[in-house]
Ligand binder design. Structure first.
Ligand code: ADP
Ligand code: ASP
Ligand code: MG
Length: 274
């Protein structure tokens, strides 16, 4: 089993989704589980929806409209056939989100945040799964929430490793291509939880650990782990290999290329690629 993770920057528009297909063509995709984040900056855009909903701001519908418009433009670009079922599926996700906004009675900001923010990953994986199917990459879409079981510490939930390992192994049992969401989980009452911002890297590690995967590959918009952040330095160098200890240190001191919780579960695995 191999685990691939594509972050928001790697699925930020229609062309980057096409690039994901090219990556699968080049690397092979048997026995693979793909984990993706919300597209581009959609988690930030959904945070804006959460804030406006919570503060009863009149611009709530504008914020929600921006999220909808962003995904619809990508859909139109990827699917020429406007009667493709994906258009309906995406509409249904926005219906679900609207129903939550209308019916929610909870005053708990963190709970509300997780119920709303998770739509970013549900939308991205639904779109990417349909596009892969259209391109002949037959795949199964998995809802990650019943698989990654957590406590109810909303916005930074802690993984229940035993329940998670059992659920993942029950669900991922065929030699097929799976696609699922990073960042999300669910609590004992099956409400959506999230693992902390940038937590999709961690989801890749959770799957890698629970499935005893051969490799976990975290695809990024950089050639790999560099000796400095290329946003701030011009003359960065690619580190071909780094030890787990060095990688943990790098993440701990804030190198955003990898989420700090990601390395620990992977230490028992043979390989991680970024
Ligand atoms: P994703 O959306 O795929 O999770 P991120 O934006 O979180 O991607 O992480 C990739 C970014 O991390 C790169 O674009 C780069 O600017 C930044 N980064 C910070 N430190 C490093 C480093 N040491 N090596 C490579 N990239 C780094
Ligand atoms: N979409 C989430 C975020 O932006 C998780 C992730 O991308 O890793 O924080
Ligand atoms: Mg990230």
């Amino acid at each position: 089993m191999q685990v691939f993770k594509f972050g928001g920057a790697s699925v930020k528009n229609a062309n980057s989704v096409r690039n994901l297909v090219t990556v699968l063509e080049k690397t092979g995709h048997n026995n693979t589980i793909i984990i993706t984040s919300a597209m581009g900056k959609m988690t930030n855009a959904l945070e804006d929806v959460v804030a406006k909903y919570f503060n009863k701001n009149n611009d709530l519908m504008d914020s929600l409209g921006k999220v909808e418009q962003f995904h619809k433009l990508i859909l139109i670009d990827l699917f020429v056939n406007k009667s493709h079922s994906i258009f309906k599926e995406v509409d249904l996700l926005f219906d679900d989100l609207n129903i939550f906004l209308k019916t929610n009675k909870s005053p708990d900001y963190n709970f509300i945040y997780d119920q709303i923010i998770g739509f970013g990953e549900l939308l991205s994986t639904t779109i990417i799964s349909a596009f892969l199917n259209k391109k002949g990459f037959k795949n199964e879409w998995l809802d990650v929430r019943p698989l990654v079981k957590t406590d109810n510490y909303y916005r930074c939930a802690n993984v229940d490793w035993e329940a998670t390992q059992k659920a993942i192994n029950n669900a991922v049992n065929k030699e097929v291509l799976y696609i699922t969401q990073g960042f999300l989980g669910s609590d004992a009452n099956n409400f959506t939880t999230t693992l902390g911002r940038e937590g999709s890297d961690y989801t890749a590690a959770i799957f890698g650990y629970c499935l005893n995967a051969k490799t976990v590959t975290i695809w990024k918009d950089v050639p790999g782990v560099l000796n400095a952040d290329p946003r701030y330095f011009n003359d960065t160098q690619l580190l071909e290999n780094i030890s787990y200890t060095e990688a943990i240190e790098l993440a701990f001191y804030g190198a955003s290329v990898i989420h700090p919780k990601t390395l620990r579960p992977l230490q028992k695995l043979s390989l991680i690629h970024i």
